[in-house]
Design a protein around this ligand. Structure first.
Ligand SMILES: Nc1nc2c([nH]c(=O)n2[C@@H]2O[C@H](COP(=O)(O)OP(=O)(O)OP(=O)(O)O)[C@@H](O)[C@H]2O)c(=O)[nH]1
Length: 133
């Protein structure tokens, strides 16, 4: 099975990170994720990131760095998630596709009910934040 390539955004405001809850109608409904989505043909990971954030929230953004990746086998599909640090450039966040979106303090990230592929990314993010303090 070929992994599905997905870009996921780490958007930070001080000690808070933007997290999104998958719509109850969707696969992995009500699990929390980092916003983003599947890479389309002829698109780089970074272009995908900016496009998805515009589609999902109506914002303009730019990718400022790469955190790391997590590959998870869901049985019916394998997802390769690449997490990027993203800066919010302009526009109000609008909740267009998710059940919920919220800013969560970094100390509370571990307590969220994450999509399984994201658990490794949360660990990478916490390590990164500890080492950059
Ligand atoms: N955007 C995003 N997708 C994630 C994360 N973690 C994770 O397992 N995924 C999976 O990666 C895929 C992302 O595709 P998408 O966001 O475009 O999702 P979708 O609901 O349209 O997918 P579908 O076509 O499988 O229904 C989904 O299968 C989703 O379950 C995450 O943190 N962010």
């Amino acid at each position: 099975m070929k992994p599905i390539q997905v870009s996921a955004a780490i958007i930070r405001k001080g000690d808070f990170i933007l997290v999104a809850q998958r719509n109850h109608h969707d696969d992995l409904g009500l699990k929390w994720e980092f916003p983003g989505g599947k890479i389309e043909a002829n698109e780089t990971d970074e272009e995908c990131m900016v496009r998805e954030l515009h589609e999902e929230f109506g914002i303009q953004s730019k990718v400022t760095g790469f955190l790391g990746e997590s590959t998870h086998n869901y049985g019916s599909k394998i997802v390769c998630l690449k997490a990027f640090f993203v800066e919010h450039v302009s526009g109000e966040f609008q909740k267009r596709v998710h059940q919920n979106i919220k800013w969560v303090h970094v100390n509370e990230l571990k307590d969220m009910d994450w999509a399984p592929a994201d658990i490794k990314l949360v660990d990478l993010l916490l390590e990164y934040l500890q080492s950059s303090n």
